[in-house]
Write a protein that binds this ligand. Structure first.
Ligand SMILES: Cc1ncc(COP(=O)(O)O)c(C=O)c1O
Length: 451
């Protein structure tokens, strides 16, 4: 890195540094979310403007993070601002249902094949937790199967094997259930079967072996942290046939991947789940989560005149601010909006791959629709193990993120980056040109990948 880089757009400005000094006194690590990127300290944001962010030091960035893929219309989307402003004047939360929750529910139920009924909560983590509990209540079984390296939020059972490493992930034919935090109960580990993404044979075998105790298979059709790799048709078919054969439910975690299309990710990849979880984009930038699916399974929540098999409440669940923001945002996410995002995504992935080919660089790109991930690998990884980065690869990706920051672009490293509807082809061309320039000028660093 040159001296001017440290002083330039890339370096975090004085006001961010001052904010972090204050924050370190009240937060153990200076922030209140482990997912905040810091290099070595985080950049404090002042505001968003469409596809752009402005930090407290007045620097402007193209936002490829979108609050972890939430902001599909970018920042301060006018229909959301109007809907929330109007709702604020009527009240923020009530112990009664509102018409706003019916609007959003109808929209999602009408759009997504397999979603007959829905329930709102406040986060994706909460949605995943209740979907798993619903599967347990429906089947009377307690264990789950999940994909190694896949992120599904903070419920203990899905945290298992979320961050496995080569030291502890075990043999390929028998992936270990790896604890996520010290003291994670052994009983939790004993109730999670770890599958490998796109390994159809292993999935069939493990689901068969553990069938009598499995309530559900939790599957993000394209798990971002496990590589953002598309599922193969034989993997989807294997999961589906094993699940049906053994009476195990399929929970499609679409908290992140719902943005892959008008009908969502399961429809795109041919998966037919019993339950879905949603979050992020369906809240239009406000906190949200949802559990949805087949009426027969969702009946575990039924509290009409009886004690439900699975009681589910929540002080802020279906709060009208999230409902109206989500409705305004989803309503604007019509076929035209998805077509635009698809075009931008294809253009970007095409340009990134062309730059890789031009420079003969050991990189590749995964993703579909408005999602992409750059891998410092010569071939497309097939699963989490292959997508896991070495120390040298991590160092290269950190440098790439710095190069992007210097050019005024925020690129998340090690997870999915995303596009938003206010982006233009000029934004895409900027993202591609920064990558091209990086490959052209950092050959020294990139050579370390071969070592
Ligand atoms: C696939 C998936 N599931 C669940 C979650 C958890 O959602 P939340 O952060 O809203 O709790 C996330 C968050 O990134 C996610 O990507």
């Amino acid at each position: 890195m040159t001296a001017s880089d440290t002083e330039g757009h890339n370096s975090v400005g004085r006001l961010s540094r001052e904010a972090f000094d204050r924050a370190r006194r009240v937060f153990i690590d200076g922030t209140t979310r482990v997912t905040i990127e810091r290099d070595p300290i985080p950049r404090y944001m002042e505001r968003g403007e469409g596809a752009y962010l402005v930090d407290v030091d007045g620097r402007r960035f193209l936002d490829l993070n979108g609050n972890f893929t939430t902001l599909i219309h970018g920042h301060r989307f006018e229909p959301v601002v109007e809907a929330v402003t109007r709702q604020l004047q009527s009240g923020t939360c009530f112990a009664n249902p509102t018409l706003a929750e019916i609007d959003l529910a109808e929209l999602v139920c009408d759009r997504v094949p397999g979603v007959e009924t829905i329930r709102f909560v406040n986060t994706g983590s909460e949605a995943v937790m209740f979907a798993i509990k619903a599967a347990r209540a429906f089947t009377g079984r307690s264990a789950i199967a999940k994909i190694e390296g896949a992120y599904h939020g903070a419920y203990d059972w899905v945290e298992v094997s979320q961050a496995s490493t080569p030291d502890n992930w075990g043999p390929g034919h028998e992936p270990a259930a790896v604890p996520y935090y010290r003291g994670m109960p052994a009983s939790v580990l004993g109730e999670v079967v770890t599958l490998r993404f796109n390994d159809a044979e292993l999935a069939e075998a493990l689901i068969g072996t553990h069938a009598d105790r499995l309530a559900a298979i939790v599957l993000d059709p394209m798990p971002s942290r496990a590589g953002l790799i598309a599922p193969t048709p034989d993997f989807i078919a294997a999961i589906q046939s094993a699940a049906r054969r053994h009476g195990v439910l399929i929970i499609a975690d679409e908290v992140l991947s719902f943005r892959q299309g008008y009908e969502g990710a399961s429809a795109r990849h041919g998966l037919k789940p019993d339950l879905f979880t949603f979050g992020k984009i369906i809240g239009g930038g406000m906190p949200i989560g949802a559990i949805a699916g087949r009426r027969e399974v969702m009946s575990v929540f039924d509290a009409n005149g009886k004690k439900p098999a699975l009681p589910q409440g929540g002080t802020f669940s279906a709060n009208p601010l999230s409902m109206v923001a989500g409705f305004a945002s989803m309503l604007a996410l019509d076929h035209g909006a998805f077509k635009h995002l698809e075009m931008l995504g294809d253009r970007l992935r095409g340009q990134l791959l062309a730059a890789i080919a031009r420079h003969g660089a050991p990189f590749t790109v995964s993703g579909v629709a408005s999602l992409f991930r750059i891998h410092p690998k010569p071939a497309l990884p097939r699963d989490f193990r292959e997508a896991t980065m070495s120390a040298a690869e991590t160092a290269v990706m950190n440098e790439l993120s710095r190069a992007y920051a210097t050019a005024g672009v925020i690129l998340p490293s090690g997870a999915a980056a995303c596009l938003s509807t206010p982006m233009t082809t000029a934004d895409i061309d900027l993202v591609a040109s920064v990558f091209d320039e990086f490959l052209a000028t950092r050959a020294d660093l990139i050579e370390s990948l071969a070592a």
